[in-house]
Design a protein around this ligand. Structure first.
Ligand SMILES: *Cc1c(COP(=O)(O)O)cnc(C)c1O
Length: 380
């Protein structure tokens, strides 16, 4: 099956043996009848497993070319489950230009439990080896990064990881499997905030993990069930529905993203524009190699370079909405320094280039002319 068919049919055979409904029923139940102790039809209790969630988990595994999918109550709950694979003393190398909530979870919770994190630039694979020692267990990769749109070479990370026997995990929230399939590039684990493009309609908070290896899947399933951060059947249904148009939406996100990036680049009130499709983007060639497009996320800084100029822009937009999050059908604008990345200290932010005059756009699938006109009036 090709990707555009998998989004619709992947893992969805016989979702309703009772009536043959095309979409899986929303099994809004906590528990399942047993004929004799242990005599059940595959489900016992909805934390451990629910048929609607299972349909979604099969879809996730399918679109990512993995063997096992696991769905969680949020993206961070999914990351939390991954980190519970480790013990005090274990070390993790992480992308330094990281989603703010991931940084908060790493430093605010797991660092206190004894896991050590190194936040490193992964622009060049060669730079990361100096941080690897006998306690290192995993490389955590986020690409494209948020909001700097840096691109990390997943295959290069895999080559280093293989040499030292480390896991490679990729936060694939920005790219989605439509643009990038990390497991095919050697990663062991893919994580999503399904809240974003997979759900795609800004109406569900959810997270997902996909792996190939059965042992790793079993460990993660144990954590999913033991810690219990699962998502409900209703939300599973909505994300499954979202995935069915993922390829169409992503195609338009990419087209509109490109239009917006090129418009901003030529605008006198704009300083820098961060979008991996530009030929002079530092890792444009890697983006071209490992992605099937450049996505709908575009960040920029104002020519004035001040906090006030960024605030003035986000107060003026009308088609774009000033809001956290990304990846929905509607266009959103965010101010990373005060919103998504406020939990990262100012000095850490500055090191990675997240200045006060930066604005991050999640370009939606509206008419491109309306989007450009809105940016024009807000900048002018
Ligand atoms: C939103 C996001 C997360 C966290 O996901 P939630 O669903 O909000 O918990 C993690 N990584 C990235 C890149 C994100 O954009």
């Amino acid at each position: 099956m090709k990707f555009n068919t998998k989004t619709i049919h992947g893992g969805q055979q016989n979702v309703d043996p009772a009536y043959g409904s095309v979409m899986p029923p929303i099994y809004q139940t906590t528990t399942f009848k047993q004929s004799t102790p242990g005599g059940h039809k595959g489900f016992e209790y909805s934390r451990s497993g629910n048929p609607t969630r299972a349909a979604l988990e099969r879809s996730l595994a399918s679109i990512e070319n993995g063997n096992f999918g696991l769905a969680f109550g949020s993206g961070l709950a999914a990351i939390d489950a991954v980190l519970k694979l480790f013990k005090p003393g274990d070390e993790i190398l992480s992308t330094n230009d990281l989603y703010g909530g991931s940084y908060r979870l790493f430093t605010g919770i797991f660092a206190d439990l004894g896991v050590k994190f190194h936040f490193v630039s992964m622009k060049d694979a060669i730079d990361i080896e100096q941080y690897i020692n006998k306690n290192t267990k995993m490389i955590w990769v986020e690409t494209p990064t948020n909001p700097m749109m840096n691109i990390i070479d997943i295959e290069a990370m895999f080559r280093v990881a293989k040499e030292y026997n480390l896991l490679v995990a990729v936060d694939n929230t920005f790219a989605t499997p439509y643009l990038q399939q990390p497991l095919d590039l050697g990663a062991d684990l893919v994580m999503y905030s399904a809240t974003k493009y997979l759900g795609g309609h800004s109406d569900v908070v959810m997270g997902g993990l996909v792996v190939k290896d059965q042992k790793l899947a079993e460990k993660l399933y144990f954590i999913q069930n033991a810690s219990g951060a699962v998502c409900g059947p209703q939300d599973s249904f909505l994300v499954l529905r979202g995935i069915k148009t993922l390829h169409l939406r992503m195609q338009r996100h990419c087209e509109n993203g490109e239009k917006v990036a090129r418009f901003l680049k030529d605008h006198p009130r704009v300083d820098k524009v961060y979008w991996p499709g530009f030929k002079n983007h530092p890792n444009h060639n890697i983006a071209k190699k490992q992605m099937n497009g450049f996505g709908g996320m575009v960040s920029f800084t104002t020519a004035e370079g001040t906090l006030e100029s960024a605030v003035s822009f986000v107060e003026k937009i009308k088609v774009f909405t000033l809001a956290e999050s990304l990846g929905g059908v509607e266009s959103l604008a965010g101010h990373p320094a005060s919103m998504t990345h406020a939990s990262i200290p100012r000095e850490e932010r500055a090191k990675t280039g997240i200045v006060d005059s930066m604005i991050r756009l999640s370009v939606g699938i509206e008419d491109e002319e309306d989007l450009i006109n809105d940016l024009k009036q807000a900048l002018g």
